[in-house]
Structures are given as C-alpha cells and as structure tokens.
Design a protein around this ligand. Structure first.
Ligand code: HDD
Length: 750
C-alpha cells in the first residue's frame, strides 16, 4: 500500500495549493498593499494562548486548587493532534482496506473529525441573528457620581468591553445593509460584575409590552409558507401588524427614515430605550435613559446604495467595522445620560417614562456625557466570540436597576431563556467571551458543558462544612442592593396605563423634526415598502395611520401608491419639533472615510501620491483604483475597475480619463445621449455617475476633469476641480465634513 507522506512533503504540497489560490488582483487592506502571506514551511510554534483561552477561574468557595490545568484547550504545540492530543501523521486520507477498498469503521480520526463537523452549527439567534462584534475599552469621566454608585463610571476607570452590532430580522447569512433596526449590545466587564447595555440604534420600540414580542417578530420575519422575503419589512405581514397595532407607528417611522439604513456601525447612535433607575452612594434614586453618541456623527446610506450593497457587498457593515479597526480608525462613542427625577408618576414633561414607544427630546433633557467607548480590537474567532456572546438586560452592576416598564420586565425573562436553547444549557456564562472579569463565587453547579471543577462540599447556605463560604456581601462590599421601590397595592389586570394610548404624537414629532431631504427619504421608503405589499386593504389601513401623523406625509405616500389620501381619525398632535433628531446640517470628523482615487499610467502620479498622504494624514482611507491590479508607477493598487463600485467610497477623486478597456461593455455616449463608443472607460463613468447620484463629493484634476465632463457632471454642485491633486482633495474634504452634498437635489417635500 501507499506509504504515509513525511511531514515535509505534506507541508510543501500545502504551500503549492496556497500559491495557486492567490490571484494577482487580490484587493489589499485599506490604505496599504496587502501584507505578505506567510507560506507554510515547517512546523513552528504557535502564538501563546490568549488570556481568554485560559481555563475558567476556580469557581470554588475558597479559591483552592481545582486541578484544572493552567491553560484550557486551544491551539498548542506545533503538530496536528486528535482532540485527545495524540499526534497525527495524516489528515487527508481515511483508513481503508487497501487504496481502493472500503473505509474502516475503526478510523477514530475520521469519525472524530466528521462528527465534530456535523455538530459545528448552533441555532442562530431568534432575532438579531446577523451581527458583527469587536472588543474595546470604556473610560469613565466621573461625571455620574452624584447619580449612581456604579464604579465603572468613576473618573479615569477603564473597563474592558465587547460590543455586538446586529440587524434584527435577517438570518445569520443575510445582507448587512437592509432596512431594519440595528442592535448595539455592549458588555462591560466591570469589576463589580458584568453590565450589559442591550441597546438599539432607534430609541423607541414597536410594542409597549413584552407579551407582544412574538407577534411583532412573527409579522416581520419571512412569511411562514414561502420563507420570503429575507431581512425585510417590505411585505404584507409586517405592514398588516403595524397598521393594526398602532403603537408600532413611531418605531416604524424611524425605520422608514435614514436611521433604518446606517452608513456604518461606527456612525450610529445607540439607545437603551427603556428608562432605568440609578441609585447613588447615599441611596438616592434617579430615572435615566442611556444614549451612545458616535464621534463620527449619525450617517446613512441612500436607499439605492443599500440595495446595491445587498448584492455587491452583503458584508459591508461587518467589513467596514473590521477594516476601520485594523486601519487604526478606532470607532468611538460617548455614553450619555438623560436624567429625570424619580417621582411617583414616573413622567417627565408630561411624557410617560415607562412607555418604550416614547422619547424625551434632548432639548427638554440634555444628554450628559459620562464616559467614552473605543473599539480597538477585532475578534480572534468569530464563532467563539461574536456568535457565542450572550447578553442580558438583567446583568446590572450595583448602582443601576430596572423600572416597571412592561417591555423591560419581559426582556428580563427572555434573555436567559433563549440562551438555554442557543448555547445548549445553563453554563453559557463560562464561555470565555461571557466570563465576568469580577471574581465569581456562585453556588450554581453541574449542568451541560460545566467547565469549572468546583471544590468544596457545600454549595448551599447556610453551611458549616465549607466554613460558611461563600459569605453575603454588604453594601460597603459593593453588593447589589435592590432599590426598595414601593409597589402600589392594585388589582391584578391585563391592561396598560391610559398614557400608553397615544400612538401618533411622537411619530408626528419625529416627522416634523426632519429636514426636507430626510422627509423625502421617509416618503420614498413608505411608498416603496407599501408598494411591495400585495393587499390593498393593508396599504389603505397604513395610509389611515399616516393621516393621523401628518397630512403632507400621507398625501405624498398616497400619491406614490396611486390611492386617495384619507382624513385623520384623531386630532393632529400639537408638538414642538426636536432639531436633535435630524442627521443633517452639522459637520463631522473625517476619520475612516473611504476616498477612491482613479488613476492610470498616464495620470499625475506624484499628485496622486500627495493626495494619498493628505488623506491618510486626515485619518481617511485612500484606495487607489486602476485598470489592473499590482502597481501603477510606485503606487499600490487596491481596487481595479472590475472590483471597484461607488458604494464603497464616501468620495471619488479622478486623476485621469482612462480610455475604455477592450473588454469594457458598450455604453451610450454620455454627451450625445445616443448609443456609441464611450471615450472614457464605462466603469469609471458609472463610478462617477453613481457617486453623483448618491450625493457624494467628487473631485478631479488634470486629465480627470475630462472624465467629469464625459460623465456630464462637471461644474455641478459638490463637484470640485483643482489645479493640483491637493487642491482637488482639499475641496472634497471640505464637502465631506457635511457627509453628503444634499443641496445637489432640492427636496420636493418641505
Ligand atoms: Fe431583544 C436579542 C435589543 C426587546 C428578546 N435584543 C437582542 C439583541 C439586541 C436586542 C441588541 C442582540 C443581542 C446580541 O447581540 O446577542 N431587544 C432589544 C431592544 C429591545 C428588545 C433594544 C427593546 C427595547 N428582546 C426584546 C423583547 C424580547 C427580546 C421585548 C422578548 C420578550 N432579544 C430577545 C431574545 C434575544 C434578543 C430572544 C435573541 C438572542 C438573544 O436574545 O440573546 O432573547
């Protein structure tokens, strides 16, 4: 029979396969040539195990030796082994009775490898299945000390965090850029116990009571018969539910606004939604809403970009997050608090603080910054960290407590319950990413996937056999003390307070706070989504809801649907707009913004070099786009005309007007508007045309100006030309501060 290969042969064969797989056109890391690939040569020592690959801390009453080895199973040693650590000399061939014979059942390695593979998948999250995560650090400002005793908010205190961003409706493999709410869940590993802030990028929720959660999710998920559409709200069951269950109208309005299609996870606000209760060292309480404010401002895709990205780059947000962190443009947010007096009514300015479909406008209760979050490390292993992370709204440190918000109360039940199925039992808090960084000394024992080797004989209290361990802590030992809120004596009812009955006033507040261009986007989104519904009755019912929000909105959407606009059935609320809700009209830092620079061999390459350096100095990510991969002059090429598409860039600069490549598709002559040969490569013309349509800054110098003329956009708003590359870049950079050039398109809605 064939002799087993020597280790050296196996490694050399593998090296050959890797070399074959590399193509010269491979896109590089942003802003730089791709790092050289380490070809396998000979066995070498792996990196030392990471801290989080270590064994669980001894979970014993006394902290005594548990017999658990210092390092848990990770990749150790140079050689391939079985799960039991026996070294293997072949993983490429199953054990057979002769080279052409049947496979032998006794092949332990084959069975172990395939059995493990067969069980690699766990159930995806029932909601928020699609996500991306990153590690970081939170630093307290010390400004919250008068309202909460939570130690992680102390001045200069650094707390490690893990954040997971997500969409709600789609499956694990669905596209990132769909119109949906985004999850923004943060695990603070505080030294007083883990704090999970399980937030969204929208400050209100569809429902007021957790008992309705299965209803809204069943309505939003794909239809049960055909399992379509994936990751979308543009279908009958969603609009059927939200038009009948009208408390959903405020959240739905946010989804139809630009907030439903964020440009990047780095450019989203986060909201704890519910009102929580804070308690300070003196035992005084306050009510609070949590806010995350992104350093880069709140920005969105256009709907066309979001749709294109669904096909061109379904991983757009995931890639953007990891590329930014790896390029050193660390995403940042400030944590802020809206603080309200803890009165028996639990209202502020007439707004019921227990109603999760309501906001408190920032103009009435300013968001007060209490700390800074920086994400600075991508996960080492997506499954181990991002897939297995388990958040829970009830993971609270001393100083933060819950309120009676009925949505929050139901969530307190759901988040443990779901992990029992998803992570296979009650010991998921021993998974490395879920392990508290505070010492754990619980009396929870046994169960599936128990990793701790608990010593002692008395996991009960009181006991004398373990010396009375573990001991209850006092307030002075940082114990969590439940706030002694008085619970009113009241009859058991299945009912809401009457204040919960107002379903339209804040949807109207949001609409009236939008700028004209944002309003136009909202009208288009409703028109699109309702246009995708098959049932006329559902469209008409949703129009009746819009009539109760605003007649202009209702009229515009009705026109798009070709239906009459109904009259309101409730009086229109008299509300004061909240300018803080609008995304436009300010300027933001350029960190991590993507600038595409179109070059060819005839371009002013010195000028391109200067533009690249200027963009890097401004914290942006310049990407050179050329007819082919490799280099142009000394410049590394990151995208080719074949791999670049406008949706990846925040701005486009042109240093050339490249002639059409022989393989380019035929196109119309841009100037004449008639079919004919293009003078500039049609892929470059498409890049310019799309960037222009999506209100992005465009710049050109030298021969690049000709490309602008060919595309028919020269001299229009937000298109700058300069005598040199740096002139053009300066102009583009100024435009980018406002994110988009919305003035290019006067809005039809005011
Ligand atoms: Fe939830 C996951 C946010 C209401 C039940 N939720 C989940 C995640 C986020 C939120 C960000 C993803 C966590 C992760 O990345 O692992 N959920 C919210 C917000 C809500 C909300 C901001 C309202 C203010 N959720 C809500 C209700 C219920 C749930 C009312 C049930 C009654 N949520 C869950 C869940 C999930 C979840 C089924 C699925 C996966 C998980 O918990 O771990 O338990």
């Amino acid at each position: 029979s064939k002799p087993a290969k020597a280790v050296k042969d196996v490694v050399e064969a593998a090296a050959g396969k890797v070399a074959d797989a590399l193509t010269p056109d491979l896109p590089g890391a942003p802003g730089s040539a791709p790092p050289p690939v380490d070809e396998p040569t000979a066995p070498h020592d792996p990196l030392p195990p990471k801290k989080e690959q270590g064994a669980p801390e001894p979970r014993t009453p006394t902290g005594a030796e548990t017999g658990v080895p210092a390092t848990a199973k990770g990749q150790q040693g140079a050689f391939l082994t079985t799960a039991q650590g026996a070294r293997l000399r072949d993983t490429d061939h199953s054990l057979k009775a002769g080279p052409r014979g049947p496979v032998l059942l006794q092949d332990h390695h084959l069975r172990e490898k395939i059995t493990h593979f067969d069980h690699e998948r766990i159930p995806e999250r029932v909601v928020h299945a699609r996500g991306a995560g990153a590690h970081g650090v939170f630093t307290g400002y010390g400004t919250a000390e008068n309202v909460t005793r939570a130690g992680f908010l102390a001045k200069g205190r650094e707390t490690p965090v893990f954040v997971r961003f997500s969409t709600v409706l789609g499956s694990r493999g669905s596209a990132d850029t769909v119109r949906d709410t985004r999850g923004f869940a943060t695990k603070f590993y505080t030294d007083e116990g883990t704090f999970d802030l399980v937030a969204n990028n929208i400050p209100v929720f569809f429902i007021q009571d957790a008992i309705k959660f299965p209803d809204i999710i069943h309505a939003g998920k794909p239809h049960p018969d055909r399992e379509i559409p994936q990751a979308q709200s543009a279908h009958d069951t969603f609009w059927d539910f939200v038009s009948l269950h009208t408390e959903a109208q405020h959240h739905t309005m946010w989804n139809m606004s630009d907030r439903g299609i964020p440009r990047s996870y780095r450019m989203m606000e986060g909201f704890g939604v519910h009102t929580f209760r804070l308690v300070n060292a003196a035992g005084e309480t306050a009510l609070v809403k949590f806010h995350w404010k992104p350093k880069l401002g709140v920005h969105s895709l256009t709907w066309e970009e979001a749709q294109l990205l669904g096909g061109i780059d379904p991983d757009f947000h995931r890639r953007d997050l990891y590329d930014a962190i790896e390029a050193g443009a660390f995403p940042e947010w400030e944590l802020g608090l809206q603080i309200f007096p803890d009165t028996p009514e639990e209202t502020f300015a007439g707004i019921d603080l227990l109603d999760p479909t309501k906001i408190v406008p920032e103009e009435l209760a300013p968001v007060q910054p209490v700390g800074r979050l920086v994400l600075n490390r991508t996960p080492t292993n997506f499954f181990a960290e991002v897939e297995q992370v388990a958040f829970h709204v009830g993971h609270l440190p001393p100083g933060i407590d819950v309120t009676n918000d009925p949505l929050l109360q139901g969530r307190l039940f759901s988040y443990v319950d779901t992990q029992l199925t998803r992570l296979g039992g009650p010991n998921y808090s021993q998974i490395p990413v879920n392990r508290p960084h505070a010492p754990v000394n619980d009396m929870l024992r046994d169960g599936f996937h128990q990793h701790a080797v608990h010593a002692g004989v008395a996991p009960y209290r009181p006991n004398s056999l373990d010396g009375g361990n573990p001991f209850p802590a006092g307030e002075e030992d940082h114990a969590f003390v439940d706030v002694p809120v008085t619970v009113a004596e009241a009859p058991k009812v299945r009912a809401n307070p009457v204040t919960f009955d107002d379903h339209y006033s804040q949807a109207r507040l949001f609409w009236l706070s939008m700028s004209p261009v944002e309003k136009e986007h909202i009208v288009r989104a409703y028109t699109f989504e309702l246009g995708k519904c098959y049932h006329q009755a559902i469209r008409e019912r949703q129009l009746r809801c819009l009539a109760n929000i605003d007649p202009v909105l209702c009229e515009q959407v009705a026109t798009g649907l070709g239906l009459p606009a109904p009259e309101p059935t409730v009086p229109l609320a008299d509300v004061t707009p909240s300018p803080a809700l609008s995304q436009v009209g300010r300027e933001w830092p350029p960190d991590g913004r993507m600038v595409g620079i179109v070059v060819d061999a005839d371009a002013d390459l010195d000028g391109v070099g200067q533009v690249r350096r200027a963009a890097l100095a401004a914290g942006m990510v310049p990407l050179v786009i050329a007819p082919h991969g490799g280099t142009v002059g000394d410049l590394p090429v990151q995208r080719t005309f074949a791999t670049a598409r406008s949706v990846e860039f925040d701005a486009v600069l042109l240093a050339c007007a490249p002639a059409p490549a022989p393989d380019a598709l035929p196109t119309r002559d841009a100037k004449a508007g008639a079919p004919g040969p293009a003078r500039v490569d049609p892929r470059v013309l498409l890049l310019v045309e799309e960037a222009w349509r999506h209100a992005k800054a465009i710049g050109a110098w030298g021969a690049g100006v000709t490309a602008l003329e060919e595309a028919g956009v020269a001299g229009t708003l937000g298109v700058v030309t300069g005598g040199s590359g740096t002139d053009a870049f300066d102009g583009v950079q100024r435009l980018m501060a406002a994110h988009r050039v919305w003035d290019r398109f006067p809005a039809a809605v005011s």
